[in-house]
Structures are given as structure tokens and as C-alpha cells.
Design a binder for this molecule. Structure first.
Ligand code: ZN
Length: 304
């Protein structure tokens, strides 16, 4: 029977905790990580046992058999999950994050085995899907897609306080961390110029930060004052304490400082460009509204 797609594309975020999360909100292969932890315990115990009796794990028939079993497990899971996504969503095209088979919760030994086989297994399955069903696929740059908010674009490592949950420090959006990342990946496909495949992580971050500052050049609140407890008013602008926005914060402090040096409010826009972004027109940045003396109503640049 011919394959009839019903979706133009779906985005897949790859991670070991849920093998795949789709942009539609499906989480698939959730038992994989638990199974890998059990395999890891067997593998580590066996390797230790072999080494203690003076042997090398790779010379042991028993060890090699276990490695083959783990590879078979990964292959079966990847195929099962991808088949499920195809039958569930019937996409014409798949958009994938760079495929990383690694988790800090697993031993270096198991991570090495997973990295050696995982990518090949996925590519083989994707090739088969294209040949058999005509489902095409492509990779996108995943840099910071798990830390970036899909609603407002704000990037902050603190947006991920728990592994599974996402909560944006800028706009307050809450969702499954995997779903958030899956949607980011889907969007990067439609505008690959922000984070093209192959762009380094630091260059991608600089671009994401720059784009955010372009939208919100002005500080939402005053910088935190270490000498004063419990500041009142709007929730603090998270950029003040976000290392990704260090350049923006120092430029914004400068803008505020030069504004209060004047003794009263500037009637013309402040002359300090804010952040990494040289493309912001000078009259759009660093403007201070409200009264610096009272603080709380100062510079509302962001959403409520
Ligand atoms: Zn947000």
C-alpha cells in the first residue's frame, strides 16, 4: 500500500531520557533510559570482574555478547520508535537534531558503545524510510535548543531547573522540556540562517542572544543591588544575572549610570548601545523611563 503523508514535516528532538520527542508533543521510547541503566550495571560489574582476574573485557566472549545485546537493543528501539512516529504522524519529512548518544548518567564505557552504534543505527533507519516510503530527513543545529524558550526566544541555562520541565525566566512559559526543544528544532528548519548546521555552539549562542536583545533592548528592571534585600516592583530582568547576557548587562548598567549622572531623566534616548547587537539603531536602545530614585517603575521593556 502506498504511503500517504498527512503532515508536511515533524521535528524530532533526540535524547536518551525519551528517545524521541516530537514537535506534536509525543514522547516515545521512555523506557529506554531505564533499560540502559540496567545494562550499564551489568556491563560495569562484568568488566570489573574480568579486569580483577587479569583479563581484558574485549577478549571476553561473555563481555562481547553483552555488547552485542546492547547494540541490538538500541537498534530495535530506534526502529520501533521511528516506525511508531511514522504510523502516528505520517510525515513527509523529518527534521532532526544532531544525533548524540550520550548521557552523563551512564558510564564512560556504555557511552562509548552507544556513540559507536547509535548514529549508524539511526542513519540506516532513515535511509530505509526514504527508500521504502519516500520520507526524507535532514539535521538542524541543536545548539541551545533545550535552553531557549520557544514562546519568547529567551536563552538561559536556568530555564531548565529540572531535567524534564521547562520554565522560562523571561515570559514564565512552562512546558515539557522535550516538547519545547522539539518545537525549537522545527522552527530552526524554517529559518536556518539563525543557527545553520555546522555553526559552533558559541556562535549560535551569540546569534540567539543578539536576536533577543534586538527585540528587548531595554532592561525590564534595575540591576540587582547587592546591598539591598528584597527588591520590590517587577520581577527582575533575568538578563542581569545570566552569564550569556554579560555584555548586554554591562552596557545596560553603563546606560543607567550615565542616565542617573545627569541628575534627571534623559529627554532624548541614551547614547549607549546595549548588548552584543551592533544592528540595534542607537535611538532604540538604552532609553530610560520612569524615576530612577523610586526604582520599581523603571524601564519596562519586556512583557508583564
Ligand atoms: Zn519565554
Amino acid at each position: 500500500m502506498a504511503y500517504a503523508p498527512k503532515a508536511a514535516f515533524i521535528a524530532l528532538d533526540f535524547g536518551l531520557k525519551a528517545l524521541f520527542a516530537t514537535s506534536e508533543g509525543d514522547l516515545l521510547g521512555r523506557g529506554v533510559y531505564d533499560a540502559l541503566i540496567r545494562y550499564d550495571q551489568r556491563l560495569t560489574t562484568l568488566a570489573r570482574h574480568i579486569q580483577r582476574s587479569g583479563g581484558k573485557p574485549r577478549d571476553s566472549e561473555c563481555y562481547r555478547r553483552l555488547v552485542t545485546t546492547i547494540r541490538g537493543f538500541i537498534k530495535a528501539e530506534v526502529n520501533r520508535v521511528l516506525n511508531r512516529i511514522i504510523s502516528l504522524r505520517r510525515p513527509k519529512h523529518l527534521v532532526l537534531e544532531r544525533l548524540r548518544f550520550r548521557s552523563p548518567g551512564l558510564s564512560a564505557r556504555l557511552n562509548r558503545i552507544l556513540q559507536n552504534c547509535g548514529r549508524g543505527v539511526i542513519i540506516a533507519k532513515l535511509t530505509a524510510l526514504e527508500e521504502e516510503l519516500g520520507v526524507t530527513s535532514e539535521e538542524v543545529n541543536p545548539a541551545y535548543s533545550s535552553q531557549q524558550c520557544n514562546c519568547c526566544g529567551y536563552v538561559d541555562s536556568r530555564n531548565r531547573t529540572e531535567q524534564a520541565r521547562f520554565r522560562c525566566r523571561w515570559c514564565g512559559a512552562r512546558m515539557s522540556a522535550d516538547v519545547n526543544a522539539g518545537r525549537n528544532v522545527g522552527e530552526r528548519r524554517s529559518s536556518p540562517e539563525t543557527t545553520p548546521v555546522g555553526r559552533t555552539k558559541s556562535a549560535a549562542l551569540a546569534e540567539l542572544v543578539c536576536r533577543f536583545n534586538e527585540r528587548w533592548p531595554r532592561a525590564r528592571t534595575l540591576p540587582p543591588d547587592p546591598g539591598r534585600k528584597g527588591q520590590r516592583g517587577l520581577p527582575a530582568d533575568p538578563r542581569w544575572t545570566n552569564p550569556y547576557f554579560r555584555d548586554w548587562a554591562s552596557a545596560a548598567r553603563l546606560a543607567l549610570g550615565s542616565a542617573s549622572d545627569l541628575g534627571n531623566l534623559p529627554t532624548t534616548p541614551a547614547l549607549v548601545a546595549v548588548g552584543l547587537n551592533a544592528r540595534v539603531p542607537i535611538d532604540r536602545v538604552g532609553t530610560v523611563e520612569g524615576h530612577p530614585q523610586t526604582g520599581s517603575e523603571l524601564v519596562a521593556g519586556g512583557p508583564r
